[in-house]
Design a protein around this ligand. Sequence first.
Ligand SMILES: Nc1ncnc2c1ncn2[C@@H]1O[C@H](COP(=O)(O)OP(=O)(O)OP(=O)(O)O)[C@@H](O)[C@H]1O
Ligand SMILES: [Mg+2]
Length: 242
Amino acid sequence: MSLSVRLDGTGVSYGPRAALKGVTCGFPAGKVSAILGPNGSGKTTLMRAVADLEVPGSGSIAYLDATGPVLPGLALMRRMTLVSQRAVLFNTTVYNNIAYGLKARGLSAPAIKERVAEALDAGGLSHLAHARAGTLSGGEAQRAALVRAWALRPELLLLDEPTASMDPAGVTLAEGLIRRMRDEDGTTVVMVTHNLFQARRLADRVYLLYAGELVEHGDTGRMFGSPREELTRRFVSGEEVY
Ligand SMILES: Nc1ncnc2c1ncn2[C@@H]1O[C@H](COP(=O)(O)OP(=O)(O)OP(=O)(O)O)[C@@H](O)[C@H]1O
Ligand SMILES: [Mg+2]
């Protein structure tokens, strides 16, 4: 089953600073949604709010599956995973990093072993299984964070600039994995990216944030091909928007 998300007038402020202002939109189940926007436009804030790490000061966020609304709580938290902008890995081996969440979910030892091996292989990290996470390069750490999330088979996967530090081969690998999750597992993916080409390649839906507001959202082809807002047109053609 996969989850969809609905934001209704959602606002998040840090003290007097409004980072997200009355955002209303949905992230459909089993699709890849890409959040675009300049630095400081509220993308990470939006992802953290959807991951239940920021409490909206206004509006609401609802989660739905095929049976209807899903109540907030631990059971819901276990169905979604956030890969944050700065890869957060535990201070242990890459193997243990991936195994940890699987143990917490009560998988058997042989199942964990198999799932971790598969994740290491998918991330091109098998040779680094026993390296400590702190010794990984930036791109390797991002690959480890991504396959660790994949190993959990979340129904809702939240990715904040997941390929920003990756080399071109890593980007191809990561995009292949994200497509597989959508197409094989029906995972709902919401991802932040600064890479317009990546959004075009990968996303079903595109959302443009600017100064905490949702400027426009729609199908990827339309957002790039015939945007309704001048700001969107400028942004998707790589022009200055500040
Ligand atoms: N913990 C915080 N305390 C105060 N202000 C914050 C905090 N986190 C973010 N902000 C502010 O909220 C605004 C949105 O930040 P956010 O991190 O969501 O932007 P972003 O779109 O993810 O940017 P980037 O592309 O640089 O990652 C920014 O002006 C930022 O300075
Ligand atoms: Mg950010």
